[in-house]
Design a binder for this molecule. Sequence first.
Ligand code: F6R
Length: 254
Amino acid sequence: MRIYQAHDYNDLSRKAANIISAQIIMKPDAVLGLATGSSPVGTYQQLIEWYRKGDLDFCEAKSVNLDEYKGLGPEDEQSYSHFMHVHFFDHINIRPENTCIPNGLETDEEKECQRYNKVIASCGGIDLQLLGIGCNGHIGFNEPGIAFDKETHCVALSENTINANARFFASRDDVPKFAYSMGIKSIMQAKKILLIAAGENKAQALYQSICGPITPSVPASILQLHNNVTIIADEAALRIILKEHVILPGGHLK
Ligand code: F6R
């Protein structure tokens, strides 16, 4: 695990975008695992800027998203599909047929989870998975207590996550209670993982994920077992870690 401190959100976004663009430059047909939420918005903006300058080309790239609310379709402004179009896909030259997101409108959970597992497998696996982290340590919608061996599954969102995501909806009652999510097993099979975290409300989860025991109660703690994880976080998110450790220039903790 390599950990890098960003000066602020812009710096975090630029650093993350640099890693993603290096992936696309070195492997133009790379499979990117993508996330939604507030954390990656700046990263997507930076990638769009470099694409517009002509420095990046996504025409061969493929993407698979981590998750989608069950019950919401692409037309719904709160869906993750809509988010990806507004914040990223509509501004770059990725081919629509090369972007995959769980189908929130599929009511047959078993069918949708199997379909999505096949989508990931048929891409040949994920080259670089971008992750945010929930205040409770979730990655994707893999909530505390989740088994580490899951592939795509339908999740009951925790109270914590519903409260945290209520900010994107007119009211808390509008937040869907279920979501389709790539499982921890699928995330851990990605060749490289890039986790970004900004803000004080991520400090405890980040500390437990990096310095604590590996436990399903903190889903992101499983990343300690992956051999290629890069974490970029701002000072607020690193606050508790920095009380106990120093980050060495190579990204390791002392
Ligand atoms: C989103 C996702 C979630 C978020 C996490 C952090 O696709 O998988 O795990 O990354 O909830 O959300 P933000 O970035 O909004 O704090």
